[in-house]
Design a protein. Structure first.
Length: 372
């Protein structure tokens, strides 16, 4: 019986792909930091990038690698209640450590007591949180391990971030074995760093998840396809790379559809890739871009339409004239769209659409809407 091979691509948000395209620098830095003595800047890292660039997947990858090299990892999303969540996860992981390593059970007070305390009514007091974390960290240290906390979708308006960051500053100053890796949209991270109470984070290593290079896309496509028992004809590979435009989510969508549509053939030709890319494009529209579209207000749309007049970047100073609005209006809507991760401001006053193909999608939807 022919063995069945599953589709090796992972077009699912947050899923760690079997072959990570690019990102070598950040992976090497973070792994070195986890292996090191705690004085490496990457022990506190920020991953910054628009939607679909692989922030959640990388966080998850780091938590997995940390765990397999003996760290305890607590993975949370930045929402109210996050501190409780970190505590619960750290306790649970610590308890597991005791259960699974009976031979290394510690002397004296130790972890058994630490992991048994109950949580009090929320919201937890900052000082209280820190001291509970101190206990867990001490107990973990006795087991020869440390704690990695990953925080996804960083949101500067969540007050608990302040408590967490302040506590981490203390943990590091006290030489505790901790690591903190956070991910967020560019705007969220920038405003987090500008906050007074979180300014310590300016010391963190900051990684911008840019578009992938074509050769990185190519390599990941070839390897993943090989895992699935198939390969590309050269022009098919070129067509796939062109359709992906360096966008990690699109890599998975195109790869997934291509593998599936190739059916039983072991070598994929260009016509399959072209059909697959067409479907992948629609999926990207439906799964990522449609959600963004429905969040746009009329004023957001006018703003984007005014930006779309430029074939490349837009100067903010051109917008009041085009929109016939005061500059305060422009600043307000710029901020909204930055927050939503639709546009980027790479240098002051220079604005860009930040998701590949979103501008085209936006123009199609506008045309449809205006026809109605
Ligand atoms: N470096 C990469 N190489 C290949 N695929 C990736 C890479 N990073 C992410 N992906 C894939 O892209 C998709 C989006 O990743 P995700 O981590 O959810 O992005 P984000 O959190 O930035 O929105 C997922 O399907 C994931 O498997
Ligand atoms: Mg994510």
């Amino acid at each position: 019986m022919a063995k069945t091979i599953a589709n090796p691509f992972t077009p699912v948000v947050g899923k760690v792909p079997p072959h990570i395209a690019g990102r070598e620098e950040i992976i090497a830095d973070v792994e070195a930091a986890l292996a090191g003595a705690g004085n490496d800047p990457a022990i506190i890292s920020l991953l910054v990038g628009p939607r679909g660039t692989g922030k959640t997947a990388l966080l998850s990858y780091f938590a997995d690698t940390a765990e397999s090299s003996g760290w305890v990892a607590a993975r949370v999303t930045c929402v109210a209640g996050m501190l409780d969540d970190v505590l619960i996860r750290a306790q649970r992981a610590a308890r597991h450590l005791v259960d699974t390593r009976p031979s290394r059970k510690i002397k004296g007070a130790g972890i058994a007591n630490v992991v048994s305390f109950e949580l009090e009514d929320s919201p937890i007091e900052p000082a209280n949180w820190r001291s509970k974390m101190d206990d867990i960290l001490d107990a973990l240290a006795e087991q020869g391990t440390g704690l990695l906390v990953t925080i996804d979708e960083v949101n500067p308006s969540i007050e608990e971030m302040t408590t967490l960051v302040a506590a981490f500053q203390h943990f590091l100053d006290e030489g505790k074995r901790v690591a903190l890796i956070m991910a967020g949209l560019p705007y969220a991270v920038t405003s987090l760093l500008s906050g007074k109470s979180t300014s310590f984070l300016r010391r963190a290593a900051r990684y911008e998840l840019q578009a992938l290079n074509d050769y990185e896309v190519e390599e990941a496509l070839i390897r993943t396809m090989r895992d699935g028992g198939k390969s590309f004809e050269p022009d098919a590979l070129d067509a796939a790379v062109k359709a992906i435009k360096g966008f990690p989510f699109m890599l998975q969508l195109v790869g997934y559809r291509t593998w599936r549509m190739a059916g039983n053939s072991e070598v994929v030709d260009v016509s399959v890739v072209n059909d697959a890319a067409g479907i992948a494009r629609k999926e990207l529209d439906r799964r990522v871009y449609e959600a963004i579209w429905f969040e746009l207000s009329e004023a957001d749309k006018s703003f984007l339409l005014a930006m779309a007049k430029d074939s490349g970047a837009t100067r903010q100073m051109d917008l009041p004239g085009r929109l016939d609005k005061p500059s305060g209006h422009v600043s307000k809507y710029k901020k909204r769209l930055l927050q939503q991760g639709v546009i980027q401001e790479r240098s002051k006053g220079i604005l860009n659409f930040c998701l590949p193909g979103f501008k085209e999608y936006f123009m199609e939807r506008i045309a449809e809407e205006r026809e109605l």
